[in-house]
Design a protein around this ligand. Structure first.
Ligand code: GDP
Length: 425
């Protein structure tokens, strides 16, 4: 059995949670390999509507083992609260394993994130202020605290003191805020440490033994290719790599085991946060698409922020699929476009008078104008359709045009937010 990565081709919010929840029916493990509770995956199934932030999207299947890999930014309190919230809503207690090498997102990361956004003011990067950037900065500064350290108090204290020494100088002198002590952080962690204990595991061994025994592993990405720190719209990326290639690191599975990479993309574009967004709509057209998009309008699942929306961007998505190494695409939210007589689609960019289909670096991207083509709309409700041949001719034409432009086969179509609103081609 292979490992299958389910990852975003764009700016995030592509509908990865829905696709993962759908495919998890066949899976043995569902793994989160990067990011933290800074974004949400919306899932609608027999238990209700959920926005998962840290929990893998396999938590609705009792047989699935849900894994928080070492690449994740683990906010312990947020994780346990989210888990309890699920159980309180009648979901059977899921099987969860948390890597003993995952690192903890601590209260000072969150404070630093907020203080820095405040300091940057209008020049801020649109952080969700959950502490993700300071967390990953600490990881690579070698100032992080691993889950295993929670169970060795003297080591924990030493790690925290070391991490706080420099932070307290920033707190006092850059931000003019109160300092924090290791004892305060340890007190904050104390109760949660015990609650977490039964979930802690060596997840690398678990997953590699599972793969060797023929189990199916889903690797669930957070955000999308264009938020990758290396290949995305720097300096507006997220702070960990959302690429399928990083899943091998962030989950701890051998690269050659990831044989399928499903890139998820919406039938239009949406984007939360700052950065260039070439097909962005303004005014009434934006408001209408935002109101009709997703399961309850295009508003952030974590932040509630209105998402920026625009027409499908084939340049960005082809690039996103390529960077992900997509073997197939899941196209979501196709039903949303049923209100349009004609559907514009971005096939190229015009930059300084030159036409290009290559996704550029951020400077030229900020000057890019979309080259749009217009396809006929289908003006009908697709939500009950389950077979590709039953889709209107115009919808098929839209899907096939996109498929050609992004040079990746579209294998899955999602025609509604609910689990079963899927068409397999
Ligand atoms: P994720 O982070 O990639 O899982 O995406 P989000 O959950 O943040 O955003 C996707 C939005 O689209 C959510 O509101 C989903 O419920 C919704 N959604 C997913 N697939 C479909 C679909 O095919 N049709 C509609 N109308 N909504 C969808």
């Amino acid at each position: 059995m292979p490992a299958i990565a389910i990852v975003g081709a764009n700016w995030g919010d592509e509908g990865k949670g829905k696709i993962t929840d759908y495919l998890a029916a066949q899976a043995d493990y569902v793994v989160r390999f990067q990011g933290g509770n800074n974004a949400g995956h919306t899932i609608i199934n027999a238990f209700g509507k959920f926005a998962l932030h840290l929990l893998p999207s396999g938590v609705f299947y009792p047989k699935v083992i849900n894994v928080i890999g070492p690449g994740v930014a683990l906010n312990l309190r947020a994780f346990l609260t989210e888990l309890q919230g699920l159980i309180d809503r009648g979901v059977p207690a899921p099987q969860i394993k948390v890597s003993n090498r995952a690192q903890l997102l601590l209260p000072y990361h969150q404070l630093l994130d907020g203080y820095e956004e405040e300091r940057l003011g209008a020049r801020s990067f649109g952080s969700t202020k959950q502490g993700i950037a300071p967390f990953y900065a600490d990881k690579y500064l070698k100032l992080g605290v691993q889950v295993a350290d929670l169970y060795d108090q003297s080591r924990l204290q030493e790690r925290l003191e070391q991490a706080l020494a420099a932070k307290n100088i920033l707190f006092q002198h850059l931000y003019q805020k109160p300092v924090m002590t290791a004892a305060e952080v340890m007190a904050h962690l104390a109760a949660d440490t015990e609650t977490l204990a039964p979930y802690v595991a060596d997840t690398l061994t678990l997953l590699q033994d599972g793969l060797a025994a023929g189990k199916m592993v889903l690797l669930e990405g957070q955000l999308g290719a264009l938020r990758d720190p290396d290949h995305g719209i720097y300096p507006y990326p997220t702070s960990s790599s959302p690429l399928a290639g990083f899943a091998t690191v962030g989950a701890g599975v051998p690269p050659q085991q990831i044989t399928r990479i499903i890139a998820v993309t919406k039938a239009y574009s949406s984007c939360v946060g700052a950065g260039p967004f070439v097909t962005e709509l303004q005014g009434g057209a934006a408001e209408e698409l935002r109101r009709r998009g997703g399961s309850a309008g295009e508003y952030g699942a974590t932040t509630g922020r209105p998402r920026r929306v625009g027409w499908f961007d084939a340049v960005a998505t082809r690039y996103g699929c390529r960077v992900q190494g997509a073997t197939e695409v899941a196209l979501t939210n196709l039903d949303v476009l049923g209100y349009l007589d004609e559907i514009p689609l971005c096939t190229a960019y015009a930059i300084d008078g030159e036409r290009t289909t290559t996704f550029p670096t951020t400077g030229p991207l900020e000057r890019a104008q979309p080259v749009l083509t217009t396809l006929p709309g289908w003006r009908s409700d697709l939500t009950a359709i389950r077979c590709y041949q039953d889709l209107p001719r115009q919808t098929q034409h839209y899907v096939e045009t996109i498929e050609e432009l992004i040079a990746t086969s579209i294998r899955w179509l999602s025609v509604g937010p609910e689990r079963n609103a899927m068409i397999l081609r």
